[in-house]
Write a protein that binds this ligand. Structure first.
Ligand code: DAK
Length: 256
């Protein structure tokens, strides 16, 4: 069976499941390449509007595969191009929801942070323990974490390597929502279905603006927002959405 499975749990929703249960879903090169490939394909697939990434009940992903990189040197690590695969994941134009049960550590936590929404089981544990094995959070952790939760909490997590319980992660803004462990996937599918019922162009613009705006000045980001809003007034879905409201009916969005 493949180390990454692609499922279709609902209309317009794709679910990518990391499938290395014996290795706590450690992200080896095969997993990373398949993740990047699926996200590229789904990003271009008109039938897919929202994507979920998940693991199993024990682990979302326990980080990069330590056994696969323990003996690697600098050039080999460069040539593996891991950083390029991360960029492909981050570049997906459609909303990506991380449904996290069990451990999301190191590259697993970084993968979750590359997603747009994180739903965590109440017993999930997140963290950046790389410092304990002589490296650093190199898949975006030293940058995305402080942007999400602020410098001082991020510094503590990266420098101590201590794991963070789901409830604390929620309180500090690292997690969007907590669900009972057994309900995480169901809740992610429910939320994905809700988002997939909205106009795809509006949804994609919102994702792009929130992400791009974070690293721009407020003035520049607000201008981007205004332009995107103006552009949406050329879409059929804007006409359909507003007309449906006026006619008191459910809109039929086509992504045009
Ligand atoms: N890699 C490889 N194997 C792993 C693994 C990992 N990250 N995590 C777990 N496993 C394997 C264990 O070795 C064990 O294998 P066997 O002994 O059965 O063969 C099996 O999964 C079950 O693990 P445990 O027996 O340890 O299970 P427990 O439930 O007791 O503990 C745990 C689960 C997740 C707390 C523990 O396994 C653990 O601490 N795992 C390591 C967590 C960690 O240190 N993660 C950070 C990895 S470093 C890069 C960018 C980013 C990165 C790298 C490069 N570039 C841009 C170049 C990212 C680096 C990382 O993520």
């Amino acid at each position: 069976m493949s180390v990454v499975l692609l499922e279709r749990p609902a209309e317009h929703v794709a679910l990518i499941r990391i499938n290395r249960p014996d290795a706590r879903n450690a992200l080896n090169m095969a997993v990373r390449k398949l993740l990047a490939q699926h996200l590229t394909d789904l990003g271009q697939d008109p039938a897919t509007r929202v994507i979920i990434i998940t693991g199993n009940e024990k682990a979302f992903a326990a980080g990069a595969d330590i056994k696969e990189m323990a003996d690697a040197g600098t050039i080999e690590m460069m040539q593996r191009g891991t950083h390029l695969l991360w960029r492909v994941i981050a570049a997906c134009p459609k909303p990506v929801i991380a449904a996290v049960n069990g451990f999301a550590l190191g590259g697993g936590c970084e993968l979750a942070m590359t997603c747009d929404i994180i739903i965590a089981g109440e017993n999930a544990k997140l963290g950046q323990p790389e410092v304990k094995i002589g490296i650093l959070p190199g898949g975006g952790g030293t940058q995305r974490l402080p942007r999400a939760i602020g410098k001082y909490k991020a510094m503590k997590i990266c420098l101590t390597g201590d794991l963070v319980a789901a409830k604390d992660a929620y309180d500090m803004g690292l997690v969007s929502e907590i669900a009972p462990d057994a309900e995480v996937e169901k809740r992610a599918i429910e939320m994905a279905t809700q988002i997939a019922s909205y106009a795809p162009l509006a949804v994609q613009q919102i994702k792009e603006l929130v992400n791009a705006g974070q690293d721009a000045s407020l003035d520049t980001a607000l201008r981007l927002e205004t332009k995107a809003m103006h552009i949406l007034f050329s879409s059929q879905d804007q006409k359909e959405g507003m007309q449906a409201f006026i006619e008191k009916r459910k809109p039929e969005f086509q992504g045009r």
